[in-house]
Design a protein around this ligand. Structure first.
Ligand code: DMJ
Length: 506
């Protein structure tokens, strides 16, 4: 009930080059979206699709020709909407462990009687959006709750280094103890890597690398990944889930191309067998799992193909892309969109289209076949955006996709962070200035009293001002406070204090 598909699909419009439609939708959203509604929403889905979609659209809006307000990218209507949506999610994080509930009511917060059981991905998939929000808005609360949740998962991993599928966020007891890389866990691992890349955070990367070792040791068999018991490492389900197909793409992000390609090729054989990936595939039996035969046009295998193609230019990856386009066109295209395939055994259709089809599947396919897309920028072009405190270099590439394929420009985080830091430094400086002013005033009062023969100033006064004892008090009060001589001021360009502008060459 809050324009989920429109928000989720917005940045796809720009990546496909439809600038006018992007601009129209931005206006529609500004006029029509209201998060103050009595709706129970998934904390995870609202974050990845709505907060992520709005953040990405906000950061891309200048490129799309939208007239941005002064202060962009650190302010703007879509950013304010993203912040408003994210604030609605914050009550979910108020738990004894810091791990969030899975659902909140957008109007009333966490419902009384809400289940405390949340899946691992529902706890560990916030750092990309929430750290972006914190950097852009200057409010650390979002990044803090996301980090606390990540740390809680890390603390509760098993002795053999694995995490389970569902945990009680109040007691920190694992309720589902299957460990694997797919449904319920997937984007937790993805966000350790992407959080590390976005924030240059070695701790997040080292957590991932430890998990990666445990996952290889206990779950990997002939380049397939199985489900195992998190404490013992014994196989619990020899099943491949279509959601797991993001893993080769993630491996490519850490440079593990050979392993990534081998696993990708396993998954591609399944694709060829059915003309799509069934939700569950029993590996030893080589067939779909009962009641899991559907294919909701998920993006994961195409996402991996896109990343791996950037790294290898292997034409097999384009072949998968071609197969995907042909089978989606042939089987799923209906009058009003592209329908989920209910059963891959007979290609029956469901009356449903997931928003991730537009947000992710179409986008990754397009990017696979469009080497010149601005998203693939290698830094050879960029935009210079003048800010009150200097210039920001934006749009130079290195975009980090959230798990719903919404690209975030890491340079914007740096830009706004820098601006906020400089604002804080100015505030500190002002505070120091007023403190010194007050101090000088009281010194003047005491010195004046002393020169009139009083002794209240005290003999232990050793401050610089006290050396003016006996001098003309007028002169003392006029001595300039060395505002710009503080060695802790890293100003390189310019600084405005009380309306005066100081340039570094003046
Ligand atoms: C998307 O909503 C996200 O990628 C999420 O992390 C899990 N997968 C779906 C699409 O398959």
């Amino acid at each position: 009930s809050f324009s989920l598909t429109l928000i989720d699909a917005l940045d796809t419009l720009l990546i496909l080059g439809n600038v006018s439609e992007f601009q129209r939708v931005v206006n529609v959203l500004q006029e029509g979206v209201d998060f103050n509604i009595d709706v129970n929403a998934s904390v995870f889905e609202t974050n990845i699709r709505v907060v992520g979609g709005l953040l990405s659209a906000h950061l891309l809006s200048k490129k799309a020709g939208v007239e941005v307000e002064a202060g962009w990218p650190c302010s703007g209507p879509l950013l304010r909407m993203a912040e408003e949506a994210a604030r609605k999610l914050l009550p979910a994080f108020q738990t004894p462990t810091g791990m969030p509930y899975g659902t909140v009511n957008l109007l009333h917060g966490v419902n009384p009687g809400e289940t405390p059981v949340t899946c691992t991905a529902g706890i560990g998939t916030f750092i990309v959006e929430f750290a972006t929000l914190s950097h852009l808005t200057g409010d650390p609360v979002f990044e803090n709750v996301a980090r606390k949740a990540l740390k809680a998962l890390w603390k509760n991993r098993s002795d053999i280094g694995l995490v389970g599928n569902h945990i009680d966020v109040v007691t920190a007891k694992w309720v589902a103890q299957d460990a694997g890389i797919g449904a319920g866990v997937d984007s937790y691992f993805e966000y350790l890597v992407k959080g590390a890349v976005l924030l240059h955070d070695e701790e997040l990367m080292s957590m991932f690398l430890d998990y990666n070792k445990a996952i290889s040791n206990y779950t990997k068999f002939e380049d397939w990944y199985l489900w195992v018991q998190m404490y013992k490492g014994t196989v619990s389900m020899p099943v491949f889930q279509s959601l797991e197909a993001y893993w080769p793409g993630l491996q490519s992000l850490i440079g593990d191309i050979n392993n990534a390609m081998r696993t990708f090729l396993n998954y591609y054989t399944v694709w060829k067998q059915f003309g799509g990936l069934p939700e569950f595939y029993n590996i030893p039996q080589g067939y779909t799992v009962e009641k899991r035969e559907g294919y909701p046009l998920r993006p994961e295998l195409i996402e991996s193909a896109m990343y791996l193609y950037r790294a290898t230019r292997d034409p097999t990856l384009l072949e998968l892309g071609r197969d995907a386009v042909e089978s989606i066109e042939k089987t799923s295209k209906v009058d009003c969109g592209f329908a989920t395939i209910k059963d891959l055994r007979d290609h029956r259709l469901d009356n449903r289209m997931e928003s991730f089809f537009l947000a992710e599947t179409v986008k990754y396919l397009y990017l696979l076949f469009d080497p010149d897309n601005f998203i693939h920028n290698n830094g050879s072009s960029f935009d210079v955006v003048p800010m009150p405190y200097g210039e920001c270099i934006l749009g130079a590439g290195g975009y980090v996709f959230n798990t719903e394929a919404h690209p975030i420009d890491p340079a914007a985080l740096h830009c706004c962070r820098k601006q906020k830091e400089e604002q804080w430094e100015v505030q500190d400086l002002m505070r120091e200035f007023h403190f010194l002013k007050r101090k000088r005033k009281s010194m003047f009062t005491r010195t004046a009293a002393h020169s009139r023969g009083g002794s209240q100033a005290g003999s232990a006064d050793t401050t610089a001002e006290s050396s003016g004892k006996g001098r003309n008090p007028e002169k003392i009060t006029k001595r300039r406070v060395p505002l710009l001589s503080c060695p802790t001021q890293p100003f390189t360009s310019r600084l405005a204090v009380l309306g005066q502008v100081f340039l570094d060459n003046t």
